[in-house]
Design a protein around this ligand. Structure first.
Ligand code: SF4
Length: 256
């Protein structure tokens, strides 16, 4: 992606999930009857993409939505309209594996979707349940297989350091990474952002959040792992799959 002209667009605001480690609800609110998902009108969204592409000579765009596929129909309608307008620019988006349907994938491919980004987080059903991810290991596998089948690159995010995670759970995560064979991979350590279930104001009020994130933090630990243990596990996993690491993790952790 070096030397490319890239920008982001937003199609939906809000996420219907409430993962324990995520602070999205602080930004777009908890989804309920009074605060529904706000999806942009498709012709308006496509007009904007078309305008920006022409004016700024774009090479690529990303949807910055927390979950682009809040409705699989919205996704296929977007793809159909993009194709109809002959907008050939490549793009990528965040997909929630539980919502994704196979019939979305041929349309994504035809609409030049280059990559889907999927928060898998863990290969352990116990951990997926604990973090309220709302998806099963089997469905994650299906989505990665569909991506491969239809020729769309697949980026996977995994998270270590949830409170009840043990070495056995980490092994399941490692096994899932091997099974789904992602094109790009990020492995992060839980970061208790304000707004997530793990934030404790009393203990964490002095943390400088401008220097703390999920790629690297010096304090998070669990009953089973010290902060250094988590860093070691992250290093082992990122070393093992280093040829697939997302570029910024390669830079941050020095897995070159
Ligand atoms: S992690 Fe993703 S799916 Fe979960 S609440 Fe946050 S934005 Fe939604």
């Amino acid at each position: 992606m070096a030397n490319q002209r890239i920008t982001g667009f937003q199609a939906n605001r809000g996420c219907p999930f409430r993962c324990t480690y995520c602070a999205e609800r602080c930004i777009t609110g908890i989804i309920n009857r009074n605060n529904p998902i706000r999806s942009r009108n498709l012709p308006d969204l496509l007009n904007e993409i078309e305008f920006v592409e022409n004016k700024y000579n774009l090479d690529y765009f990303k949807f910055v939505d927390a979950t682009f596929d809040v409705s699989s129909k919205y996704v296929t309608d977007f793809c159909k309209e993009k194709i109809k307008r002959d907008l050939t620019i490549e793009w990528e988006c965040m997909i929630h594996a539980s919502i994704a349907k196979e019939e979305m994938f041929p349309w994504l491919k035809k609409a030049n979707c280059n990559q889907i980004n999927v928060g898998c987080e863990s290969g352990s059903p116990k951990i997926l349940k604990e973090i309220r991810k709302g998806v099963s290991v089997d469905k994650i596998i299906k989505v990665f297989d569909w991506g491969k089948k239809y020729g769309i690159k697949r980026r996977a995010f995994f998270l270590i350091g949830t409170p009840s995670e043990t070495l056995e759970d980490i092994k399941l995560t490692e096994k899932l990474i091997e099974r789904i064979d992602p094109d790009f991979l990020g492995v992060t350590i839980l970061c208790p952002y304000p707004g997530s279930d793990y934030y404790n104001h009393e203990k964490m009020k002095d943390i400088d959040w401008s220097f703390t994130d999920e790629y690297s933090n010096d304090f998070w630990h669990t009953e089973y792992f010290s902060n250094q243990d988590l860093k070691n596990i992250q290093k082992e996993l990122t070393d093992k799959f280093k040829e697939r690491l997302v570029w910024h993790q390669t830079k941050i952790l020095g897995n070159e």
